[in-house]
Design a binder for this molecule. Structure first.
Ligand code: ATP
Ligand code: MG
Length: 375
């Protein structure tokens, strides 16, 4: 590089650098919150001004003739105007894309649905894709919330129905007793007693379920022998099974331990066993098996219910869901509250123990499988 060239580089760097620095500082402090179109236009103006400043500086230093100098200035100004106009066009396009994205996002806020419209530069497209993904997630959680809300509403109406029916019966019976019109007072007393028991169980189930849903089911975990829990549940279910002609059987690996809350675990086992007896025809069999399996302990309850349909299997664990649409409380039933809460409670308790529960068909009935982690 000869001396002249070095001089040109130095002069143009100084003139262009100084102008660009001043211009960009002015843009930053004055315009950085303005529209992207103004910003891009301003940056283009600064770039053109830097080029013109460099040219003017070098032209002065090189002692160009007045005519040549005029030509250079004219060319620079024309090129600058064209450049700035081009930049403004790009800025306008970006501003339009971004405002259409803003409109789409506003609609998303109102309707919860976002239509992915990939326009504009990569960043805006990514933003649009991200919003579309968020919209899908939002729709999913809204759907789940709706289902939950619906099941809660159903629960309230069913529970009030299930409480109102026995209460009406009890009122009629107590009135008959009061008026001395009951022909068999002892039967009335027994019936009232069993209705009260059923309602107490229902209220107790509801309370348990509300504790599960509120997340304040406090478990007192300790090593529990699964065999003990199962034989207790079988022993207390035995009279009911006998009355229904159902055979009860069980086999649990000797010494099989699980870390669990003993009373909650026995609630799980007895809910499953009671359901199994209720859905097994006379002369059928209910079998409980406990063994080490998976990464912990597996407990299965098999019955003779004749199998569940695919959609029933999906819903059995839902709160207040009952297979037969008719919700007729079984008077004096020893099977539970009869409100469709049993399996929801089973799932809540098992999940609080970090376990899982599932159901599968297995001739001649179905099999509920509870898996609990080892410790
Ligand atoms: N072992 C089973 N075999 C076949 N169907 C079952 C079995 N256990 C439950 N179900 C079906 O799932 C439904 C819900 O069971 P869940 O135990 O939650 O309620 P419930 O037994 O009807 O009432 P609750 O347990 O509150 O007394 C039952 O109504 C029944 O249709
Ligand atoms: Mg039940």
């Amino acid at each position: 590089m000869n001396h002249d060239q070095i001089l040109i580089v130095l002069i143009s760097a100084a003139c262009a650098g100084g102008t660009a620095l001043l211009g960009l500082a002015a843009v930053w402090f004055g315009l950085r919150r303005r529209s992207v179109r103004t910003l891009i236009g301003a940056v283009a103006v600064v770039a053109v001004a830097a080029v013109i400043a460099a040219m003017l500086g070098t032209a002065q230093a090189m002692f160009l003739s007045a005519h040549d100098f005029g030509v250079i200035v004219l060319v620079s100004v024309v090129a600058g105007v064209v450049g700035v106009a081009g930049a403004m066009l790009v800025g306008t396009a970006i501003a339009r894309w971004s405002s259409s994205l803003t409109d789409e996002a506003r609609r998303f806020g109102e309707s919860g649905e976002f239509k992915n419209a990939p326009v504009g530069p990569a960043e805006l497209q990514r933003l649009s894709e991200e919003l579309a993904r968020t919209s899908l997630k939002l729709q999913d959680s809204r759907r789940r919330e709706d289902l939950l809300e619906e099941s809660r509403r159903e629960l309230i109406s069913w529970v009030s129905h299930d409480l109102r029916t026995p209460l009406a019966g009890m009122r009629a019976m107590t009135e008959a007793l009061e008026d001395g019109l009951a022909d068999d007072p002892a039967r009335y007393h027994r019936q009232i007693r069993s209705e009260v028991d059923r309602m107490v169980r229902m209220v107790d189930d509801l309370f348990e379920l509300s504790r599960i849903h509120a997340g304040n089911l406090s478990l007192s975990l300790e090593p529990v022998l699964l065999g003990d829990v199962v034989s207790e549940a079988l022993a207390s279910a035995d009279p009911v099974a006998r009355a229904h002609g159902v055979r009860l059987g069980g086999a649990v690996d000797a010494g099989l331990e699980v870390i669990a809350d003993p009373s909650e675990l026995s609630r799980v086992v007895s809910n499953l066993v009671m359901n199994a007896i209720r859905h097994t025809p006379a002369d059928g069999q209910v079998h409980v098996v406990g063994r080490a399996g998976g990464s912990g302990v597996e407990l299965s309850v098999s019955d003779g219910c004749g199998g569940l349909a695919e959609d029933e299997m999906e819903r059995v664990f839902d709160v207040a869901w009952q297979g037969s649409a008719a919700r007729t409380p079984e008077t004096g039933s020893s099977f539970g509250s009869g409100a469709g809460l049993g399996l929801a409670i089973v799932r809540g308790i098992v999940e609080a123990h970090r376990g899982t529960v599932s159901v599968a068909n297995e001739v001649p009935g179905c099999r509920f499988l509870v898996s609990l982690p080892a410790g």
